[in-house]
Design a protein. Structure first.
Length: 135
């Protein structure tokens, strides 16, 4: 379901600091919004504060939302906001490197084959030279 960004109400939140949104904006520009924000039936933001702000800064007028019922349950709204942020874990440097290597292999699969062929040719040349010495 999509909502007009201007309709979404932002009440006081746990997270006050948006942080640097540049990498999030780049991700959204490249891949789209992968996770919808969460609002209640009153169109109050429950979670996705940074995603909402990134899309707003990108000039989006509408955003994908998941609507949940909180029916005035302030504790439920608070718990959802907290747990949505708590469960997230950034990729470490090894995981980022693995991503980059795997992506490179998928973009250029011929490079792996070329390396294999290069070494196969070297081995073949060595074998040929061994047999030419015995003649």
């Amino acid at each position: 379901m999509k909502l007009n960004i201007s309709e979404i109400k932002i009440n006081p939140r746990i997270r006050q600091d948006r942080g640097d949104l540049s990498s999030l904006k780049q991700s959204i520009q490249k891949m789209g919004l992968l996770q919808p924000i969460i609002v209640n039936t009153k169109k109050e933001l429950i979670s996705g504060f940074r995603r909402l702000e990134a899309c707003r800064q990108l000039g989006w007028e509408e955003i994908e939302v998941k609507m949940i019922e909180t029916e005035g349950d302030i504790l439920k709204k608070l718990d959802i906001e907290y747990h949505e942020n708590l469960g997230r874990l950034n990729l470490n440097s090894e995981e980022k490197q693995k991503y980059a290597k795997t992506r490179e292999k998928l973009l250029h699969p011929h490079q792996s084959i070329n390396k294999f062929l290069f070494w196969l040719k070297k081995i073949w040349e060595k074998i040929k030279s061994l047999f030419s010495l015995k003649s």
